[in-house]
Design a protein around this ligand. Structure first.
Ligand code: 4AZ
Length: 480
């Protein structure tokens, strides 16, 4: 990590947002209407201004003489007008119907159109079942449990009436966690839910053996007026006392208990973050050349590389890289699954994944940590280093003199435009975290940058918020 204790923060305040209202799987979004109403057809009659006679003689009961070709033209005119009106009405109707009812979202990789009203309706429409597999999510810093309502095509907080630990464990499994890490369910005032209306457990006892989502119905009332907050894992806390730091400094043991060092052939290559006892988040570019899990050893709970050299680490059973593009550096995230679970302690514990609805907007202050180089082109550090960085909004980071349009929505910039403090070679895959509501959240994974700590070249990190659905999907699909 390249650091300069004298460099100060640079703040620019623009928001960046979650796709928090999308239906469960990835929405293809913004469909243009299938019909354009902009240009009328060329044969539509002309309704331009006509001259209206102001003085005329009215003769009652005297049929006027109309030449035969004029009568035919008038008829044609009336028929065309009626046709034009019908076409406009029909087109408008189709567009309204399309927008209200059938905005399509795709099934996994297939190009099947399943309406958002078919997601989580207990009927499998996608061959892979994607439309029924992502029906619960955790919202905001309080972890409010939300279920997707196919009826209202929106996410609703789950009413706490009738809730219990067993249901909490089931909901955690549906999200992607193991019931082994279940921490707690609590109840909070409905306003914390960030949604209107509820999903409520059916009082009907016959439904209790069914899948959890089938036991819920959308409702306007909830007798306790409280909703479920669900903690699937005790994440984001650290036992170590935090010290005050200006610029980059050496970390102390337990300060970043989710930080791991990833080794190939006994050498530190990349960093990573613990999210569960089995799963590590890292960068896809770290595993691009070394995709065989057998090559890697994971070290947790150690402060120095020297100590790792004589201790044993954890072996890796699976590596799953996202759809990484080495040219654009898009989707630079990967997951490693350990062969044996980590034992959590004062020095080894998970960071929280950023829930939907969590406000983490620039210029929020965050922290980076790692054993990477302490200067551009230099050696990696023996001791774990840490530095404070500020999130930089995408517009600023895409400016011509910064990254000139290279920053996509799968990336976040953090650091300082004046340079001085940054991540560097060897920090890749490691955490960019922030503290909110007394918990630490994973905002990004160290990805790339033009050099280290240079002016107008801040660090670029994978945007964890947009990878959330992918991470949970992988954890659900690879839970054995
Ligand atoms: C790297 O090569 C790397 N300054 C990581 C972070 C940054 C640059 C390079 C950001 O691992």
């Amino acid at each position: 990590m390249a650091t300069d204790p004298n460099a100060g923060p640079y703040y620019v305040n623009y928001g960046f947002s979650h796709g928090q209202n999308n239906p469960p799987p990835y929405s293809t979004g913004g469909h243009p209407p299938p019909y354009s109403t902009e240009q009328p057809p060329a044969n539509v009659p002309n309704y331009g201004p006509r001259t209206i006679p102001t003085h005329h003689t009215f003769t009652p009961y005297q049929p006027q003489f109309v030449p035969p070709h004029t009568a035919g033209r008038r008829k044609l005119c009336i028929v065309s007008s009626i046709l034009a009106v019908l076409i406009i009405v029909a087109t408008t109707g189709i567009v309204v119907w399309y927008l209200l009812c059938c905005s399509c979202v795709s099934c996994g990789g297939e190009r099947v159109c399943v309406s958002s009203s078919q997601w989580c309706d207990s009927v499998q429409d996608c061959v892979g079942g994607e439309d029924e597999s992502n029906c619960f999510r955790l919202y905001g810093s309080r972890f409010v449990l939300q279920a997707y309502s196919s009826k209202s095509r929106s996410w609703k907080a789950v009413c706490s009436d009738g809730w219990n630990t067993s249901l909490g464990k089931t909901a955690c499994e549906q999200i992607g966690y193991s019931s082994d890490t279940y921490f707690k369910s609590e109840y909070v005032n409905q306003n914390a839910g960030g949604s209107v209306g509820y999903m409520k457990l059916n009082p009907d006892l016959s439904s209790s053996g069914k899948a959890l989502h089938k036991q819920l119905s959308s409702s306007d009332s909830c007798s306790t007026n409280s909703v479920v907050t669900l903690r699937c894992i005790d994440c984001g806390t650290r036992a170590a006392p935090s010290t005050r730091i200006v610029g980059g400094t050496q970390a102390t043991l337990g300060q970043w208990p989710w930080q791991v060092s990833l080794h190939v052939e006994s050498r530190h290559l990349c960093g990573g973050s613990i999210i569960t006892p089995y799963w590590i988040v890292t960068a896809a570019h770290c595993v691009e050349k070394f995709s065989d899990p057998g090559l890697w050893t994971v070290y947790a709970g150690q402060l120095t590389q020297t100590e790792m050299s004589w201790r044993s680490g954890y072996s890796v059973s699976r590596i799953i890289a996202n759809n990484y593009n080495r040219n654009t550096k898009n989707n630079d995230i990967a997951l490693m699954k350990l062969s044996t679970p980590l034992i959590f302690s004062r020095t080894v514990s998970p960071v929280c994944l950023p829930n939907v609805g969590l406000s983490i907007d620039p210029p929020r202050s965050c922290w980076i940590s790692g054993w990477g180089a302490t200067q551009q082109g230099g050696y990696s550090s023996d001791i774990l280093m840490q530095a404070p960085v500020s999130l930089i909004d995408r517009v600023t980071c895409n400016a011509p003199r910064v990254y000139s349009g290279q920053i996509t929505n799968t990336m976040i910039c953090a650091g300082y435009l004046q340079g001085g403090i940054d991540s560097c070679q060897g920090d890749s895959g490691g955490p960019l975290v922030t503290e909110e509501s007394s918990l630490w959240w994973l905002v990004g994974d160290t990805s790339w940058g033009d050099g280290c700590a240079m002016r107008n070249k801040p660090g670029v990190y994978g945007n964890m918020t947009v990878f959330l659905d992918w991470i949970y999907q992988q954890m659900r699909m690879n839970n054995r």
